[in-house]
Design a protein around this ligand. Structure first.
Ligand code: HEC
Ligand code: HEC
Length: 379
């Protein structure tokens, strides 16, 4: 029998087996979200958020997700939780250049802040997870992160005095499995909305920006290059310089999210040690492209970039001002990679950009009581 016929046969027997099984054992419907609908407050200057139809937010689901986010029993040595690398006071990042897991093995990537991810379409620096529910499944078993097996983690939770009832209340079943854990944590992460920074209040007409921050925001949205200079852009129309900072091309400001949810090579290297997006697509054109991170709360999430190579915002601005490095995949909007050119950020302009970035620090988000450690699980 050839290979296709074999695959066909096994598919057919699989279908027959599962349908007969369903008839005989009268398997219950898969668990669904039950409980009280959770009203997620979205500030008026942010877009509406699409919540997946198969994981609506409930008060019980979000509360369970919060316990699980701080749950150290999800790790192999019962000593590390999601919050170990995603601390609320650091906008859910860890302040380290690269993160270390329970075995103290350093990974090659920096922890990412968790901000407004309910709007996201791709997760991780390389975008390898297509939903938050998928993303959450990875750190638990990752050998350089929490290094635990799901069966072990599940039996620890199942044996707990409170968790079975908490799952019952959120999903109508006390049988705990990894998919329900992922759904609950994803619900909690969707509530991490940052929209109360001075910049947001200014956008809603509730406050003002300092003159420096206002000038910095203008620079952020303007083309780089001397005013009136005609600057070629590979693969598209040339642009006319505005003396700005070019940031808006990728850190889109319009919707207030400061990311275009795309992958770019922002000119960090000439040769690449981390393939980035190409790891997922296997397309050489995606080499060293990484997800554009949001710039919300950026002043408190140093060090910067996927490998934490820049210790502070000045090093980041040095990089962009130099134009970055040319390479086959560098983004066309990194327009000044020619060693004889630079973006032209004067000390005054840099200070204004930093004032603007400071206006994106959302103190209410960083200290929101709803995000803090709720203590051991309880009903
Ligand atoms: C050992 C540190 C560590 C632990 C523990 C950890 N993470 Fe992460 N997290 C990271 C790192 C590093 C990345 C980026 C990894 C990459 O891109 O390959 C990341 C990325 C993410 C992202 C993607 C954010 C984005 O913008 O795409 C989410 C969401 C996330 N983690 C949630 C979690 C959850 C939920 C847990 C617990 C189940 C968890 N993390 C545990 C270090 C950690
Ligand atoms: C061509 C697209 C592009 C442009 C233009 C751009 N960025 Fe970025 N930015 C990115 C990408 C992609 C990353 C992540 C790169 C990585 O980690 O490898 C990034 C990372 C950053 C980071 C680090 C974020 C973190 O969480 O570590 C900061 C800060 C930043 N950019 C600020 C700026 C500023 C300020 C400007 C304008 C001067 C700017 N960017 C222009 C695409 C861009």
């Amino acid at each position: 029998m050839n290979r296709n016929a074999l695959i066909f046969l096994s598919l057919i027997t699989g279908v027959l087996a599962s349908s007969s099984c369903r008839r005989d054992d009268r398997e219950p419907d898969p668990p669904t979200n039950v409980g009280t609908p959770y009203h997620l407050y979205i500030p008026s200057n942010l877009p509406p958020m699409d919540i997946p139809a198969d994981n609506p937010l409930t008060v019980e689901g979000v509360a369970l997700g919060r316990f699980l986010f701080y749950e150290e029993r999800l790790s192999g040595d019962n000593g590390m939780s999601c919050a170990s690398c995603h601390a609320p006071a650091l906008a859910f990042s860890d302040g380290k250049s690269v993160s270390k897991g329970i075995d103290s093995i350093a990974g090659n990537r920096s922890s990412m802040p968790l901000i407004n991810l309910g709007y996201g379409q791709f997760f991780f620096w390389d975008g390898r997870a297509a939903s938050l529910e998928q993303q959450v499944l990875q750190p638990v078993t990752n050998p350089i992160e929490m290094h635990e097996t799901w069966p072990n983690a599940m039996s620890k939770l199942q044996a707990d005095a409170a968790y079975p009832m908490l799952f019952e209340r959120a999903f109508g079943t006390d049988h705990i499995d990894s998919l329900l854990v992922a759904k609950a944590i994803a619900q909690f992460i969707r509530t991490m909305v940052s929209g109360t920074s001075p910049f947001d209040k200014y956008k809603r007409g509730e406050g003002t920006l300092s003159p420096d921050a206002q000038s910095g925001f203008d620079l952020f949205k303007q083309e780089g290059g001397a005013i009136g200079q005609i600057i070629p852009v590979a693969g598209s129309q040339p642009v006319i310089g505005q003396g700005g900072a070019d940031c808006f091309h990728c850190h889109t400001a319009d919707a207030g999210l400061f990311t275009d949810e795309q992958f770019h090579n922002n000119g960090l290297d000439v040769t690449f040690s981390d393939p980035g997006r190409a790891d997922v697509t296997n397309d050489p054109a995606d080499m060293a492209k990484f997800k554009t991170p949001t710039l919300r709360n950026i002043m408190i999430t140093a060090p910067y970039m996927h490998d934490g190579r820049f210790a502070n915002i000045n090093e980041v601005l040095d990089h962009y001002n130099s134009g970055g490095h040319a390479s086959p995949t560098v983004d066309p909007f990194m327009k000044f990679t020619d060693p004889d050119m630079e973006l032209g950020l004067t000390p005054t302009k840099r200070q204004q950009i930093i004032a603007f970035l400071n206006s994106l620090t959302d103190e209410e988000f960083l200290s929101n009581p709803a995000f803090q450690d709720p203590g051991p699980p309880h009903l």
